[in-house]
Write a protein that binds this ligand. Structure first.
Ligand SMILES: CC(C)(COP(=O)(O)OP(=O)(O)OC[C@H]1O[C@@H](n2cnc3c(N)ncnc32)[C@H](O)[C@@H]1OP(=O)(O)O)[C@@H](O)C(=O)NCCC(=O)NCCS
Length: 188
């Protein structure tokens, strides 16, 4: 699926405002990936985390493919609390070739979020994504953002809902019904 922290090939956000340094929210720090994150990043291979994002990935393949220094790109935030890495939030460009767009030319800014199961259920994804969106509104003011999820991924859609995303379209892709929400830019 289009949700990939391991690749630099996904449509990276162009941004004059990058890197923004370490961003803080009430409980969390958002920062760029570091070498010490490597083993935690590989924990993302699990089937539990990837239930709605393409299934588990072979752990040994990731071990072999991931550089010692995890790749950095504009819009990729690692999220940590009390020094422990919990997950990440991404803002990338939604590839024109994919299904599901709200702009005629596609290429919308697209939010993604993914956390290890130990962090689930405590408002972490919502708080972290809100922090990333605050940075985005500052650096890319006036631009809308989309988020997509499998319709069956109720927790993900609930996070989008809490962040102010509104359903725009449903479509079939990757053999499942997909949900696309849009967040209009806040008033200037
Ligand atoms: C989706 C995900 C990011 C949510 O993270 P989180 O930190 O638990 O999210 P939050 O706690 O901020 O909010 C989750 C909301 O969904 C609700 N929720 C969780 N599971 C649910 C379920 N099965 N059915 C209905 N609602 C559910 C929670 O109650 C909460 O809503 P509330 O605040 O109104 O009670 C996390 O489960 C995850 O990383 N999943 C694997 C990766 C993934 O699917 N990412 C999204 C790809 S589109």
């Amino acid at each position: 699926m289009g949700f990939d922290v391991f690749s630099s090939a996904v449509g990276s956000l162009e941004s004059d405002g990058w890197p923004p340094g370490r961003l803080s929210t009430t409980r969390l720090i958002l920062r760029e990936p570091e070498a010490g994150d490597r083993s935690r990043l590989i924990d993302w291979a699990s089937a539990e985390v990837n239930q709605y994002t393409g299934g588990a990935r072979p752990r040994d393949e990731l071990e072999a493919a991931m550089p010692v220094e995890p790749r950095r790109r504009p819009g990729l935030f690692v999220v940590e609390r009390d020094g422990a890495m919990l997950g990440f939030v991404t803002i990338d460009r939604r590839d024109r070739d994919r299904l599901g767009h709200v702009l005629p030319g596609g290429n919308e800014a697209e939010l993604g979020y993914m956390f290890l199961p130990e962090a689930w259920g405590h408002g972490v994804a919502t708080e972290a994504a809100a922090g990333a969106l605050r940075w985005f509104d500052y650096a890319h003011g006036g631009e809308l953002v989309v988020v997509s999820a499998q319709l069956a991924n109720t927790a993900s859609i609930r996070v989008a809902d809490k962040l102010g995303f509104v359903e725009t379209v449903r479509f079939e892709d990757y053999g499942a019904l997909q949900w696309l929400g849009v967040r209009r830019p806040p008033n200037p």
